[in-house]
Design a binder for this molecule. Structure first.
Ligand code: SAM
Length: 234
């Protein structure tokens, strides 16, 4: 079940037809950032339009600014083995796959068969789609089946209640110097007055990461907040 705040509670379409969901980062700044960020390739723009208009959860989409950020991170760190936790319509996986070298691989994980089918349809249409393997199932079970210290980059964007558990598994599968990106760490501003289970889980996760000496961390206020974490040498 999707536990995000209802989109009707927080979405608004601006004069350019762009949806804004986050009130934590000023809406004007969000729009300005989008307007001053390179557009994504046409298939990703199509996935964005599709996700915003044809799914009940448009706010789950990462979108252009975060997609371009993920793309650049993959290019800058030269990641070759990536795990994407929470596929939805495939946007983050494809944004990263487009930046991967030919021998790179992304494992993307989705438990909802409907979204998995949609995402696979988009991957099949992309020249970069061959670098993506979609596994259907529970994220934790799949993460637990992965080997130690062989992953370069993890993008975490599924069940917020499980963030602490994803973190522990991600630290295990990441190589030293590997990166983790955790999405929605501002959780629509609800972390400041965490009164429900998801908000408390995200707030506790942020505190846990902040206190972990194994991690170098940078809390970014991009979109709904991204925690950028680097696994230090033991
Ligand atoms: C916020 S969306 C991911 C958005 C995607 N990364 C993008 O760039 O558009 C979260 C996705 O994680 C999936 N999900 C939630 N809990 C999960 C779990 N325990 N195991 C696997 N997938 C899960 C949901 O079905 C949903 O499609």
């Amino acid at each position: 079940m999707n536990s995000e705040p209802k989109d009707s509670e927080k979405q608004a379409q601006n004069s350019k037809g762009i949806y804004c969901f986050m009130d934590v980062v000023a809406r004007e700044a969000e729009e300005y950032a989008r307007d001053h960020t390179s557009p994504m390739p046409s298939l990703l723009e199509e996935i964005e339009r599709f996700s915003l208009t044809a799914t009940p959860y448009p706010s789950m989409l990462t979108g252009r600014v975060e997609g371009r950020f993920l793309h650049l991170i993959v290019q800058l760190c030269g990641a070759r083995r990536i795990v994407d936790i929470g596929t939805f319509t495939g946007y983050s996986a494809l944004a990263m796959a487009e930046a991967l070298s030919d021998d790179g691989q992304i494992l993307t994980i989705e438990r909802d068969p409907h979204f998995a089918k949609i995402a696979q349809g988009f991957f099949d249409r992309s020249p970069a789609g061959g670098k993506i393997t979609l596994r259907r199932g529970e994220a934790m079970e799949i993460l637990q089946s992965l080997p130690d210290a062989e992953t370069d980059l993890v993008f975490m964007d599924a069940d917020k209640i499980e963030y602490a558990a994803y973190y522990r598994e991600s630290m295990r599968i990441l190589r030293t110097g590997g990166l983790m990106l955790a999405d929605n760490v501002l959780w629509y501003g609800r972390i400041f007055h965490a009164g429900d289970d998801d908000s408390r889980a995200v707030a506790d996760f942020n505190d846990m990461v902040n206190g972990d000496r194994r991690a170098e961390k940078l809390f970014l206020t991009i979109r709904d907040g991204i925690y950028l974490i680097r696994k230090r040498a033991a």
